[in-house]
Design a protein around this ligand. Sequence first.
Ligand code: NAD
Ligand code: IPM
Ligand code: MN
Length: 356
Amino acid sequence: MNSEYQIAVMDGDYIGPEIMSAGLRVLEEVSKHQNFEYKIKHILFGGEAIDKMGNPLPESTIETCQNSDAILLSAIGGPKWDSSIKRPESGLLEIRQRLGLFANIRPTVITKSMQPYSPIKINHPVDFVIVRELTSGIYFGTPRFRTSTEAVDTMSYNFNEIHRVAEVAFEMSRRRKKHVTLVDKANVLATSKLWREIVSEVAKNYPDVSYDTSYVDSAAMKIIAEPNQFDVILTENLFGDILSDEAAQITGSLGTIPSMSRGKSGPVLYEPIHGSAPDIAGKGIADPISMIKSVSMMLENSFDRHDLAQLVDLAVNRSIEQGILTPDLGGTASTNEVTECIIKSIKESRNEYATK
Ligand code: NAD
Ligand code: IPM
Ligand code: MN
């Protein structure tokens, strides 16, 4: 019997609660009779926390995260807080930094069942990950200021910040196709030149892993033209933000992509890569797959439950094969119908397994 795990849950804003509820229903179903016991602790974060506590990241939220075994976060932000003094997004940057979550892993997987939904011509399955540096770079650099006629942001990186995330990328490639591509702008930026120097040294410790580099503009093109040439893309914070939305869209929809953010130790945070989609909130049509796959990533990586993660992934694939899709993938199903379909499929697989 495992002891009971604690999962910190932040429901998010706009479509956040709609897809979180889908993710939690799938978690509940998949863990039934499977010797996986957990308790959920809902905590305030983002816009909801600004409304109730005047702060997107209350101290009690960070404490609960630190004392949990894993963290599930749904998307935050939106027009409601565009002119508030503190924005929900500042809470997101703060939680990443305070929990030391320097490596953000964003997969791009196009299975056979997804191929018809891709906006690009694909003859083979696609499978690569972006390892995005998450707690430094232009998001956090100083000086940062704005006057009425000038504004400054600073992109800065040091040895440790680059080295530790490079190691995550190379270690990960060893469990995959053993290929790392550093994406940068080393033909212009000083920070990129430092990345190249440090990452090429790290690469020497992984002689079994092939290593190359690509300028970010060219990588943006290749993600569309030849996505299969990538295995692990390692890149800095802002480039990773932009490229991961682009990579997501070649799967058919941004609404299907999960992510995990981790540090050296401590709980790992799982969240969809997309935002709170205010344009479709409240309509019951948000794609729940990004959140459901975030749950699967959590089961695999924080709880070592490959069996349960696989049950979820198979059920997601089956719902896609059956064409039960929300409008972002060209379907007519609601969030609830997709979730029900996935739950039904999990039940069926479990019953098949039990009668074998
Ligand atoms: P967005 O990712 O919310 O939406 C972009 C487009 O993708 C929209 O058309 C939206 O409808 C669609 N989309 C996104 N997720 C979907 C889903 N699950 N199902 C179906 N369609 C989906 O980006 P945006 O509109 O630029 O940002 C909205 C807010 O979200 C902003 O406040 C932004 O700062 C915030 N944001 C938060 C996060 C996060 O919490 N991690 C990430 C990105 C953006
Ligand atoms: C993401 C988001 C965030 C980021 C924003 C909301 C601060 O776009 O998680 O990709 O830029 O990191
Ligand atoms: Mn983003």
